[in-house]
Ligand binder design. Sequence first.
Ligand SMILES: [Zn+2]
Length: 249
Amino acid sequence: MGKRARVCMIFLLLTGLFSGTMLFLSGEGFVYRKNEAVTAQAELVTDRMTAVRTTVILDAGHGGEDGGAVSSAGAAEKSLNLSIALTLGDMLSSCGVDVIYTRTDDNGLYDGAVAGHRKMTDLKNRLAVRRAYPDALFLSIHMNTFSDPRCHGMQVFYSDNDPTSKELAECLRQANHTYLQTDNSRAVKAADASIYLLDRAEGTAVLAECGFLSNPTEAAHLLTAEYREQTAAVLCVGILNYIKEYCAP
Ligand SMILES: [Zn+2]
């Protein structure tokens, strides 16, 4: 696909995503910038992207018997993570970015492991995908949960093993704050050893907790395809901004 076609594609994608649902969500406390700003941003980013080839690994958290966090309505995190990862992958591909997925269906990455070892096998296999593409950007997609149901908003973690990870995390945080969650004041955080993948990953590696399933309002948003597409769109803009700032010659 040529550069002009890619620009047109992301124009259509982002215009459609943000115009269709702006009214619906504006009544719920979220304030969006006009969608013209989003399309202008997409044009700027894609226009500045040169022949540099970038690969992004999208890691949809959990899968199979590991559902991850669960909303009060019973929605499993694993499905929401996968939905956002696949949509984001389509967006990035349309912008000329090469996309690798750790999973594209409900299955976890623990095939053949006996009970009790599946979680660690799954994580090690995800890490192996990351190591197979050492120059790629790595983004793990998850949903958050907390005992206080008032907590809400995306939280981006970065691996402390490489300084570029914080730069990518900051690009994601900023795109989300600009275009989706304007009231989100959460700063990016360095991952500790409890986040296995970021603790062990080398190169540029981040994890986005896209929202709190323990917050009824945010969980209801995340259960809609429109809101997941908007989440994917801001992650896409954040990644493109990072590529523009730090990867393009
Ligand atoms: Zn998770």
